[in-house]
Design a protein around this ligand. Structure first.
Ligand SMILES: [Zn+2]
Length: 156
């Protein structure tokens, strides 16, 4: 594929390390924009994230301004439970691991539910507000389990 854009070298907006970008979006040194193309600090610079710094922009899990705030406070950029609910509103499909098992979460027109990846529905609620308050795995609230939830990400 012919590339018309020019790969730029610029500073990560979060940590200041040098990163490659193409049209304002972070890329690798070959100009490819792969999902694995994150800065060492955990940020992926996006054009949309710069335009709307208070909104989540894929593939990041939190907004640019929130990432700046947390980096300054030496806090991780990994999503909190509230971030996860915000991600779900934005993307509607999220995945995570709990005790080594992969789960999916889906928000559709009728309900919000957790399911075992490739398996059964674990719990289901009519609204995202009710989901946020009551979502559980084996009777344990997801918000209480949150510290044990691993690898929260956009569903593949
Ligand atoms: Zn960085």
């Amino acid at each position: 594929m012919k590339k018309t854009g020019k790969i730029e070298l610029e500073k990560c907006p979060i940590c200041g390390r040098m990163i490659f970008t193409l049209y304002g979006n972070q890329v690798d040194q070959n100009g490819e924009r792969s999902d694995g193309c994150f800065c060492q600090c955990g940020w992926h610079k996006t054009c949309g994230g710069e335009l709307k710094p208070d909104k989540i922009d894929f593939p990041n899990h939190i907004s640019l301004n929130e990432a700046k705030r947390r980096f300054q406070a030496k806090q991780p950029l990994t999503p909190t439970y509230d971030d996860f609910i915000a991600m779900l509103r934005y993307w509607t499909e999220i995945q995570f691991f709990y005790l080594g098992i992969k789960y999916g979460v889906c928000l559709d027109r009728e309900s919000v539910y957790i399911y075992v990846w490739g398996g059964d529905v674990v719990c289901e609620y009519p609204t995202i507000e009710e989901f946020a308050a009551k979502a559980n795995i084996n009777g344990m609230l997801l918000k209480d389990l949150w510290p044990q939830i691993k690898d929260v990400d956009w569903a593949e």
